[in-house]
Design a protein around this ligand. Structure first.
Ligand SMILES: [Ca+2]
Ligand SMILES: [Ca+2]
Length: 235
């Protein structure tokens, strides 16, 4: 049982990450006070001009855990991101990729979209046979949300018993189960945070912070719930 990474940004630079990718004109990635969440001082701010070829993200390299399970928690704020209100525009903000840096569809992806006045989170996990499974959660406001995800690998290459569980502000959503993901799980190479892909009108800055990645199923929970236990709890 290991916590693989804790990325708080409180150090004030990108040294908690393996590397950054930023081809935004003038630089689209920064550690800023605006992006600091849940009472912390600093977070990751990623800009998008709405070009699908622009990327501004940071990543940490990971390997498929021997436990066949990966769990992570992060805070995300769409920060009034201008998006088409018909759900047609997305901004991919978090992914587990098959390569680092990101160059193709990830094993897991999480994106922002908007329907009417509501923002929503969309989560997708790759299935060996069908390409993807997805879960859409209507979140509502433009504000920080605690997002926790548990991805479980299928028990063999011919089994379809993998799963994706999602908590939003510590409330579990309907899971996606019976996923055939034994092979795609093995491609896991990096966890990325920032602007990975944006559709044309997705122009603005988003905030991400307080990332915990672990190879076991112990619930992480929102940082504020457990912070009184002292350093290390729910960070
Ligand atoms: Ca922080
Ligand atoms: Ca399979």
């Amino acid at each position: 049982m290991t916590d693989l990474y804790r990325v708080t940004h409180e150090v004030g630079d990108f040294s908690e990450y393996t590397a950054t990718i930023d081809n935004h004109p003038g630089g689209g990635l920064s550690i800023s006070t605006s992006a600091g969440m849940v009472g912390t001082n600093l977070g990751l701010q990623a800009q998008s001009t709405g070009s699908s070829s622009e990327q501004s993200y940071a990543y940490v390299t990971i390997s498929p855990p021997a436990s066949n399970l990966i769990r992570f928690r992060y805070y995300a704020d769409p920060n009034n991101l201008p998006l088409a209100t018909d759900g047609s525009d997305i901004l991919l903000h978090t992914a587990i990729t098959a390569n680092a840096p990101f160059s193709s569809a990830g094993f897991f992806t999480a994106s922002f979209a908007k329907v009417g006045a509501d923002y929503y989170f969309s989560f997708s996990m790759t299935d060996d046979l069908t390409g993807s499974n997805s879960r859409v959660v209507l979140a509502g406001q433009s504000r920080p949300y605690a997002v926790e995800v548990e991805l479980v690998r299928a028990s063999s290459d011919v089994a379809a018993d993998g799963s994706m569980r999602i908590w939003l502000d510590n409330v579990e959503q309907t899971p996606v189960q019976n996923i055939d993901n034994y092979d795609s799980f093995a491609s896991m190479a990096a966890y990325t945070a920032g602007v990975v892909f944006a559709s044309p009108t997705a122009s603005g800055s988003i905030y991400l912070d307080e990332i915990v990645i672990r190879d076991h199923s112990l619930h992480i929970g929102p940082r504020s719930v457990r912070s009184w236990f002292g350093p290390g709890w729910g960070m």
